[in-house]
Design a protein around this ligand. Structure first.
Ligand code: GUN
Length: 285
């Protein structure tokens, strides 16, 4: 029976550290740390995420600036807002909640955010820095997963790490972070020939594909660390991950639940990136 990794507890600890550091910076330099959150349209899931990000800002002592724009906002209007935020000294981090309405060019919007304020680490400059291992900002979900793995005490060095999913936000950067820690990394995806065979080799298995219960207990090696990034809503309204938790927990040594695993970590790492942005701007080590 696996140990359940408590994402809420690890995230609370990370936020507590950030709050302490933020208070110390405020006291020493007399500055406030600010995160601008931009949401376009009224997607209910995005609204919940944005509210949670604002709440986390409050918890750690940041000022949050919300820009809630109507669904018919033009590309030019959005780019103008980002230009203004890029130049605003009170704003250390800029987050544009994705997905954007279809008529907007997401890539152009991401590219317009100043890399120094890109706390999602989505800008190509920051993505490139991750590739060469010289980064200021880590992408929030993979960075949160690294903290969760660290919390288990399992050393990544030399381990077979299998990442299922190759998205720009999770799969690809996740693989790089595991590689930087000297894991032996395999990336699987929807065209992989024998997914089960690859998964069964994993000492550390990270699943981020958005397919409910794709990975079952029979695909998991004894005592593996299993990280489930999935957040799927079933027809009965319940949330479930990409891993079949009940069968997987019988094989794994550590496993994340859904909800309460990876999710809370993503926001904690966003706060960490915003703090990092403020420290770099202020010249603090
Ligand atoms: N939408 C879903 N996940 C994310 C994220 O990590 N950052 C942003 N900006 N939008 C998202």
């Amino acid at each position: 029976m696996a140990n359940i990794i408590d994402g809420k507890a690890v995230s609370a600890k990370v936020k507590e550290e950030i709050a302490k550091e933020t208070a110390a910076i405020k006291a020493k330099y007399g500055i406030s740390i600010g995160l601008a959150v931009v949401i376009v349209g009224d997607d209910p899931a995005s609204r919940i995420y944005v509210n949670n990000k604002k709440k986390a800002c409050e918890t750690v002592g940041f000022t949050s600036y919300e820009y809630a724009l109507s669904a018919d906002t033009t590309q030019e209007e959005l780019l103008q807002l980002i230009d203004k935020l890029n130049k605003d000294d009170n704003v250390n981090g800029i987050l544009v909640q994705l997905p954007l309405p279809k008529h907007l060019d997401e890539k152009a919007v991401i590219n317009s955010i100043s890399p120094e304020k890109d706390v999602d680490a989505f800008h190509p400059v920051n993505v490139g820095k991750i590739m060469i291992g010289e980064y200021s900002f880590l992408p929030c979900t993979p960075a949160g997963i690294m903290e969760l793995i660290a919390s288990t005490g399992v050393d990544i060095k030399g381990k077979e790490c299998v990442v299922v999913g190759r998205s720009n936000i999770v799969g690809k950067p996740m693989s790089m972070l595991l590689l930087h820690k000297s894991g032996t990394v395999t990336i699987c995806h929807s065209k992989t020939n024998d997914l089960a065979e690859h998964c069964r080799k994993a000492d550390i298995l990270v699943v981020a594909v958005g397919v409910p219960k794709l990975v079952t207990g029979d695909m998991i090696k004894d005592d593996a660390v299993v990280i489930d990034v999935g957040m799927n809503r079933l027809e009965n309204g319940k949330l479930c991950g990409d891993v079949d938790f009940d069968s997987a927990k019988e094989k794994a040594s550590f496993i994340t639940p859904v909800p309460g695993g990876v999710g809370p970590m993503t926001i904690a790492m966003l706060m960490k990136n915003t703090l990092t942005a403020a420290k770099i701007k202020q010249g603090i080590e």
